[in-house]
Design a protein around this ligand. Structure first.
Ligand SMILES: [Zn+2]
Length: 316
């Protein structure tokens, strides 16, 4: 049985357009330019049966994303096809959508202990949700090679298998006051993970990595064995925000390998053979967002697609 994947949001934090940004992409989107359609913040949904769905990351745009996706509409007076939520990290663009899912009590949440801690003492999303219903957190151990059987609120297996794996990453900025220096320096502590997802009888999995800083051998092996890869397309160049004066932080300082340049994602992907690859978590500053740009041609010439909101893929 294949896995169905819906890209609910293909943008990084801020979305396209971002509220306070007038970069060429944001400006073109506001002007209705068909070459730069709007994008919502980072999330996908996966299902093995088309009835019960695992939401991977809950973005602040989740309400609109669900409203625009018939497969995720309620089937009864009080109902949702969202059986559970899994988080790749505790970033604001990936986790605050849990607050939007509070009515009736949020679905069970799969995450690493570090992400649970961030959502408990940092963002305090989980304590806030507890006022609206029981909050069930189910731990993901990124060092384990055993897949988790994803279960709904009632504990029924929804037929989706989930394996989390660590990728080098930094804790969210809001957590720094809560971490020791050693804790903050541990880039493999589980602050950000990638997911391998497949159906119960699935073979080649979907690998979903919306944030990754270091492109290493274990990741290469994992991607090579995948049926499909949805991966971090945040920035085109390392100094993308620095060059325009929008920020002092480079792509790598923000925890994302840039697409181009030495050690960039495109060069890395040339050494990965097999899977279909599409970019997700694309920042509004990234010129690939314009569909007739040289940057987009460069990506597509490398065999890599740019995922868009509402894209559906069948994997496995
Ligand atoms: Zn912008």
């Amino acid at each position: 049985m294949p896995l169905t994947v819906i890209v609910l949001g293909s943008s990084a934090g801020g979305g396209l357009p971002q509220w306070n940004c007038n970069c060429p992409q944001c400006a073109a989107t506001r002007a209705g330019d068909p070459m730069v359609p709007p994008r919502s913040q980072s999330s996908i949904a996966v299902s093995a049966d088309g009835e019960r769905w695992l939401l991977c990351n809950a973005s602040p745009d989740v309400r609109t994303q669900l409203a625009h996706t018939p497969a995720l509409h309620p089937r009864a007076l009080r109902h949702s096809p969202i059986a559970a939520v899994a988080l790749t990290n505790a970033d604001i663009d990936h986790a605050t959508g849990l607050l939007i899912l509070r009515e009736g009590g949020a679905p069970p949440v799969y995450c690493t202990p570090r992400v649970e801690r961030a959502l408990t003492v940092g963002l305090r999303v989980l304590p806030a949700l507890a006022a609206y219903g029981e909050v069930t957190v189910r731990p993901l151990d990124p060092r384990s090679d055993e897949p988790v059987f994803v279960r709904d609120r009632a504990g029924d297996d929804i037929g989706v298998r989930l394996k989390a794996f660590t990728v080098a990453s930094k804790p969210p900025p809001y957590m720094l006051p809560h971490l020791t220096a050693d804790e903050a320096a541990d880039l493999h502590a589980g602050d950000t993970v990638g997911f391998e997802l497949c159906a119960a009888d699935g073979a080649a999995p979907l690998v979903y990595v919306p944030g990754v800083k270091d492109l290493d051998e274990p990741l290469r092996a994992r991607l090579s064995a995948a049926g499909m890869v949805l991966i971090d397309g945040t920035f085109f160049t390392d100094d993308e925000l620095v060059a325009t004066g929008a920020s002092k932080k480079t792509s790598r300082m923000m925890g994302h390998a840039p697409l181009t340049g030495d050690g960039g994602l495109l060069a890395f992907l040339k050494t990965v053979t097999g899977p279909r690859v599409a970019l997700v978590h694309i920042n509004n500053s990234n010129p690939v967002l314009r569909s007739d740009s040289p940057a987009r041609w460069e990506i597509e010439a490398g065999g890599v697609a740019v995922a868009g909101d509402g894209d559906v893929f069948v994997v496995g």
